[in-house]
Design a protein around this ligand. Structure first.
Ligand SMILES: Nc1nc2c(ncn2[C@@H]2O[C@H](COP(=O)(O)OP(=O)(O)O)[C@@H](O)[C@H]2O)c(=O)[nH]1
Ligand SMILES: [Mg+2]
Length: 294
């Protein structure tokens, strides 16, 4: 079974649903218990309601395992979303955006290592000029993952830094350019304007770029992540999501809520602080792991 960082969520579900994995008959009281428990894993009200409605209709005479019924119904509700242009021209430019502290810089380090392991030449760019330590933090991740790094510790203009990075990636034939950005400015509209500007200058250098804009969301903030995603989507457009810190929460239902509510594919999950703690999201496997089904 793939490790999606769901130990805590799985354990929570098992402890709250003593009937899980045993034979039972669906009764109204059980359904309410299931509903409450699912909401507590941050599966969201909408998805939970649809799910319990379906469970209500399951033939009550039929004996079945609760987690298997849940798995079957959830799997039907959660279908894979098409990924935006899976094959991109070189250099593939990926802009990483998100609120402060969600794990952008860490995730870039992990992504860099992943691409490098596939023999890709990777350049990572520090375009977060707001946070004082951002340059050095990304530099350390570049060394850890063994990829090239570009930035300007004195730089004040993220668009200028991103511009130089796009030029360098093109001139030096990199396969992938990952750009780190700020998650906080004096105001939200400042941040969105800055990100839009970064996006524009990249397009100036490479007309088809950025090929991806990935939004990093912290799984522990729960439903708030959905609001963040809507804001970023509206302001700059998002082609994929990365959900971090799943290892630290019993609210692993949030990935499915996000998948259900937003029409944006989740690409990766962060399941720890180490270089290798990043896995590709696969909805069906995720549901099985969530419900502790082998
Ligand atoms: N447990 C856990 N911690 C993470 C994960 N991803 C990032 N972090 C931690 O979250 C904190 C903020 O990460 P950072 O990359 O600096 O966030 P940024 O502000 O978005 O760039 C750091 O302490 C990271 O180690 C994850 O998947 N799991
Ligand atoms: Mg950062």
């Amino acid at each position: 079974m793939i490790d999606f960082g769901l130990k805590k969520t799985g354990r929570f579900l098992i402890s709250r649903l003593p009937l899980l994995s045993r034979f039972f008959r669906l009764e109204e009281k059980t359904l309410e218990e299931i509903e409450e428990t699912l909401i507590q894993t941050d599966l969201g009200v909408n998805l939970t309601e649809i799910l319990t409605d379906r469970l209500r209709k399951v033939d009550r005479q039929e004996n079945a395992r609760l987690n298997e019924i849940l798995c079957e119904e959830l799997s039907r509700l959660i279908q894979p979303l098409a990924v935006n242009n899976p094959v991109h021209p070189k250099p593939t430019v990926i802009l990483i955006v998100g609120v402060n502290g969600t794990g952008k810089t860490t995730t870039i380090g992990k992504l860099a290592a992943k691409y490098k392991a596939k023999d890709q030449r990777v350049l990572i760019c520090a375009a977060d000029t707001f946070r004082a330590a951002a340059f050095e933090q990304l530099h350390i991740w570049a060394e850890r993952s063994g990829v090239e790094f570009i930035g300007n510790p004195q730089g004040k203009d993220p668009a200028a830094i991103a511009y130089d990075a796009a030029r360098a990636a093109q001139a030096r034939n990199f396969d992938v350019l990952l750009i780190d950005t700020a998650g906080r400015l004096h105001t939200k509209s400042n941040l969105m304007e800055e990100l839009a500007k970064v996006k524009r200058v990249i397009t100036k250098v490479i007309p088809s770029a950025p090929h991806e804009v990935w939004l990093v969301l912290d799984a522990t903030v729960g439903q708030n992540g959905i609001l963040q995603a809507r804001e970023f989507q509206k302001a700059i457009g998002v082609t994929g999501l990365i959900l971090t810190k799943l290892d630290g929460t019993a609210k692993g239902g949030i990935a499915l809520a996000i998948h259900h509510e937003l029409n944006i594919p989740i690409r990766f999950l962060g399941i720890g602080e180490k270089l290798t703690d990043l896995v590709e999201f696969e909805p069906q496997e995720y549901i099985r792991s969530l419900l502790e089904i082998e």
